[in-house]
Write a protein that binds this ligand. Structure first.
Ligand SMILES: [Zn+2]
Length: 278
């Protein structure tokens, strides 16, 4: 079965994107353990700044394809001037800067092709439990659940930001004052928006809007999922809205045959920056 959206496909798509739309800026924000590039794409030049990242987890490569499709659609409609799902992209370009990291964990995606349940990075660390937000608490909970060493999923590492991939994401986040961030995962058709007791200003409002446009459910995190993730750290560190969006429904990896249906819903979330902050 060779329909995984993998690192090679991402690289090919990035070349195609740069060739077709030279006005888009792409760069390398870091390297994985195996030396693969962690790419960053910037759409637009506006004051509003948002960050979408995909595929913290190996089995969740469909999220990489989603944000890449979005970059192509955005760029095409910027050139043609034809609206995208009702949005004027030339206006959005002026109003918002959308930063996209399409594949945080390229090594994990490669590994998931050989080992069917692989979510972690090449060192067996779950990148979405490697951020400084309740990391110690999570480590203890994970140990109680028997997760004490490198493995396919949920091991938080030797310390927060112990991995080059999570460090690259955190460094970019410290550099740019994002108004809000979205981490795409699969699956569940759910939007998680909380960490700790006091939600940041506008978090619930934006979450509700995302839920409205996509039909995804606004949810509270519970159990092991409640700690040390990227959105948790973003909320804790900056007191601005951070979201984990679980796209699609079924068993990971979601089949590529679900792509069109998922994209139809998620694109409406990705187009929100100006509407969400007005
Ligand atoms: Zn995930």
């Amino acid at each position: 079965m060779n329909c995984v959206y993998d690192y090679k496909q991402l690289c090919n798509d990035l070349i195609r994107l740069e060739k077709s739309f030279p006005f888009l800026k792409t760069s390398i924000m870091g390297k994985s353990i195996k030396g693969r590039n962690i790419y960053l794409i910037k759409l637009g030049e506006g004051e509003i700044k948002v960050f979408y990242n995909a595929a913290h987890h190996g089995l969740e490569w469909i999220t990489s394809k989603i944000v890449m499709q979005f970059a192509f659609d955005y760029a095409k409609r910027y050139v043609s001037g034809v609206r995208l799902c009702g949005y004027d992209i030339r206006r959005l370009y002026k109003k918002a800067s959308i930063y996209i990291a399409p594949m945080i964990n390229p090594d994990g995606i490669e590994l998931s092709k050989k080992r069917a349940s692989w979510q972690a990075n090449a060192r067996g660390v779950d990148l979405n439990h490697n951020y400084n937000a309740g990391w110690e608490e999570y480590k203890a909970l994970a140990a109680n659940a028997g997760i004490t060493k490198r493995c396919a999923t949920r091991y938080p590492g030797k310390g927060w930001e112990s991995e080059p991939e999570s460090t690259a994401v955190a460094n970019l986040t410290r550099q740019i004052a994002f108004d809000y961030v979205v981490a795409l995962h699969s699956q569940g058709e759910e939007i998680f928006w909380q960490y700790g007791k006091n939600p940041p200003p506008k978090a619930e409002k934006i979450g509700r809007l995302m839920s409205q446009v996509s039909g995804y459910a606004l949810k509270q995190t519970s159990g092991l999922a409640s700690y040390s993730g990227y959105k948790d750290w973003f909320i804790k560190e900056f007191n601005r809205p951070g979201f984990t969006i679980e796209v699609g429904k079924g068993k990971n990896p979601l089949p590529i045959s679900q792509f069109d249906e998922i994209y139809k819903k998620v694109i409406k979330i990705l187009l929100l920056p100006e509407a969400a902050l007005s």
